[in-house]
Design a protein. Structure first.
Length: 246
């Protein structure tokens, strides 16, 4: 483990070992980075969607902390394909998931719980609507979305007015973070401070055009998927029942 100068408590060290044992024992999880102050793990869901789980040490040091659960920040990013979360490209969005309800657990236990829950995302989505929204969202639509919350889906277009709204999902902190998808904007981009709907709704502009590199990558991926589909069909034809061969 790296993280020079970072002091972890005994429960934190044990929980970090728990995370390592889960990742090493399962092919659907892989470490991107692991240290005493930052852990990043990619997880493949049963829906075939991918997730990047990040736990970052915020401080203070254990002997200075009044509340140990405030030491860690958690961010979950979802993508339609593995390469989306690998490159954190425009086809990814953040998922505003709550870890506050288990605030007394060591950070590694929370990361382990996130890994298992997101791998079993089809079942988890039965009780977390925002996760279900992410799973069924088309990949092209993800390019327009910034974050999935329970109350609303936040689009990039909502922040095209030049105002610094300081969205909370960019700086999760335990103790302050919302419940599953909860927002602490004060008022949403679709509601005025008085509670009255605005006269005009926000438009959703088309996402920026793809670069030549992205277009070529999409062509290669489509060609690969078509090739694998052709192989599957050929294998099914070659192994058809004997009575269907006549």
């Amino acid at each position: 483990m790296t993280g020079k100068g970072v002091e972890l408590t005994a429960p934190e060290r044990r929980s970090l070992e728990l995370v390592r044992s889960i990742v090493e024992a399962n092919p659907w999880a892989e470490f991107v980075l692991k240290s005493n102050s930052l852990v990043r793990i990619r997880v493949k869901g049963q829906s075939l969607r991918w997730y990047l789980i990040e736990a970052r040490l915020r401080g203070p040091a254990p002997h200075e902390a009044l509340f140990q659960h405030q030491r860690w920040q958690y961010v979950v990013t979802g993508g339609a394909r593995r390469r989306d979360v690998v490159h954190t490209n425009r086809y990814t969005a953040q998922l505003c998931l709550n870890t506050r309800q288990s605030s007394t657990m060591p950070f590694g236990d929370k990361v382990a719980a996130l890994c298992l829950s997101l791998h079993n995302d089809l079942i988890t989505a039965m009780t977390i609507p925002l996760l279900a929204q992410f799973i069924v969202c088309p990949r092209d639509e993800l390019a327009k979305i910034m974050v999935f919350q329970d109350e609303m889906v936040v689009y990039h277009s909502m922040f095209d007015d030049g105002i610094d709204h300081n969205p909370p999902f960019m700086d999760f902190e335990e103790g302050n973070e919302p419940l599953f998808g909860g927002s602490d904007f004060g008022h949403t981009a679709q509601e005025s401070p008085t509670g009255q709907p605005p006269e005009e709704e926000f438009s959703q502009p088309e996402p920026p055009s793809l670069t030549d590199e992205e277009l070529e990558e999409m062509r290669l991926w489509d060609a690969y998927e078509q090739h694998m589909e052709d192989l599957a069909r050929q294998d099914e034809w070659d192994n058809r029942p004997e009575e269907n061969r006549r």
